[in-house]
Design a protein around this ligand. Structure first.
Ligand code: PLP
Length: 463
């Protein structure tokens, strides 16, 4: 399979090259030149497969020109072996036609494990074969960092540097990163917010001259294609688990960088009957605004109870724009250049398509707490604040009460105790037994100022 850039002016790459590349050289993001497509009979025939077996059927076409089928099968079996629930992505019923897809059964208790457990293993496989070392650099508002670190801790050919905003991630999130003490793991706390961290990472990718000869940076944030790819699987899995693979079901997705919900959109394009796709945002509602008034505009960043969705721009939205504009890279390039300095307005044709595919809602902190409390009081189920925005948006946007609505539960509530406390229901979420010593483990991280040069210097010193 060939991968092409959304800005139309970078070389096309194969899977292995895309895996090792962040942004395309023209500033765009890589997308598959064409998607595999599955018939309803084929999809129905996968009913009852284990998660990793289903992943093999769906993902093999994306990697098969670089990874032999048998090796890929083994990698996938290992990837999902460390998940703590045998169903890997179990469904929980909330109401007659409303379901939660629990995506937090992996090692760091958030859905990012689905992609990053696979990404670490794919990188290790490819790097060993090439006899090459790389440096992974990434910014995190909490969940990406711990999942990336956990995915790479046993990779011999990778050094990983993760920047998080100092004092702006929850203690559980911080400890999940900083208590991993392998020598190839480097945690940096930046005196700034998540966007500051992301800016330093982006600038470092643009100018890698600080690195020693022969060393290259690799991105593991959600612009990495392999992450999006891995997330396609659980949309199919949810449909098959509900026995609903032949009729449309709706999904509501707590959204930040638009990676997770973009995977749902791809599942639909690949043949899965998907009805509505609901974009759930918190007060940082850049996507809800573009859906409402066609204007894509950065605004000030708000700190909310759902910090993993606290972003002012959604990087992966460019991948959708590429489709909305009929794969016209030159137009996307012009729009994104303009977006560097001002807001942009999507044209009528693009908005018509976007609105046919997606609905959206913005759920503020008060509503998030109300949903956590109400759900707990009526069902005994404790939602994390991100998943709660998904539930809230699903209920606002639902167009067909007879269509099953699956809400992606993206994190375990124990990762976000502040929100659970605010919900005022007199219970606190406890971390699962296998993590009960998290608060006693030794931590290691370095606090640095919001400055690219100091970060790069620190990196050279560690390599
Ligand atoms: C990363 C994250 C999100 C947002 O996912 P995107 O792919 O960035 O849209 C939502 N919830 C949780 C818990 C997350 O960690």
């Amino acid at each position: 399979m060939k991968y092409i850039s959304t800005r139309g002016d970078a070389p096309s790459l194969n899977f292995e090259e895309v895996l090792l590349t962040g942004l395309a050289s023209d500033g765009g993001l890589y997308v598959p030149a064409e998607l595999p497509s599955f018939s309803p009979e084929q999809i129905a025939s996968w009913s009852g497969l284990a998660y990793h077996e289903l992943a093999y059927e769906i993902l093999l076409p994306f990697v098969s020109d670089c990874i032999p089928a048998e090796d890929f099968k083994t990698i996938l079996a290992e990837t999902y072996a460390d998940f703590s629930h045998p169903a890997i992505a179990p469904l929980v019923q909330l109401d007659r036609n409303e379901w939660l897809l629990e995506l937090f059964q992996g090692p760091t208790l958030a859905f990012k494990d689905f992609a990053l457990q696979l990404l670490g293993r794919l990188l290790d496989y490819v790097l060993k074969r090439r006899n090459q070392r790389v440096v992974i650099m990434g910014a995190t508002s909490g969940d990406t960092g711990s999942a990336a670190i956990e995915g790479c801790r046993r990779c011999d050919n990778i050094d990983i540097f993760i920047l998080h905003p100092h004092n702006r991630v929850s203690e559980v999130q911080r400890r999940q990163m900083t208590t991993v003490l392998e020598n190839n793991i480097h945690n940096i706390a930046i005196e700034g917010n998540f966007d500051d961290c992301q800016d330093i990472v982006k600038a470092s990718f643009r100018d890698q001259s600080f690195l020693p000869e022969g060393v290259q940076l690799v991105a593991v944030n959600s612009i990495n294609w392999a992450r999006i790819m891995a997330q396609i699987v659980y949309y199919f899995y949810a449909s098959l688990s509900l026995g609903a693979e032949k009729k449309p079901i709706a999904f509501s997705v707590p959204t930040g960088n638009f990676g997770d919900i973009f995977a749902g959109y791809l599942a639909k394009k690949m043949g899965l009957p998907v009805g509505q796709l609901v974009i759930a945002t918190n007060k940082n509602n850049v996507l809800h605004r573009v859906m409402s008034d066609a204007v894509y505009a950065r605004t000030e960043l708000h700190q909310t109870l759902s910090p993993s969705m606290d972003i002012s721009v959604s990087s992966n939205f460019e991948r959708l724009m590429f489709d909305l504009y009929e794969s016209d890279g030159a137009t996307i390039n012009a729009l994104m250049q303009q977006f560097n300095s001002e807001s942009i307005t999507l044209n009528k044709a693009a908005m018509k398509k976007a609105r046919a595919l997606f609905s959206s809602a913005s759920i503020d902190d008060q509503a998030t707490c109300d949903i956590i409390a109400n759900t707990y009081n009526t069902t005994g189920y404790l939602l994390d604040p991100h998943s709660a925005t998904g539930v809230g948006a699903a209920r606002i946007c639902n167009k067909d009460p007879d269509q099953p609505m699956v809400i992606l539960a993206t994190a375990h509530p124990a990762k976000f105790p502040a929100a659970i406390e605010k919900a005022d229901i007199n219970i606190s979420a406890t971390v699962p037994a296998h993590m009960s010593d998290l608060f006693e483990r030794e931590e290691r991280f370095t606090v640095l100022s919001n400055d690219k040069a100091s970060v790069n210097q620190f990196m050279i010193d560690q390599l």
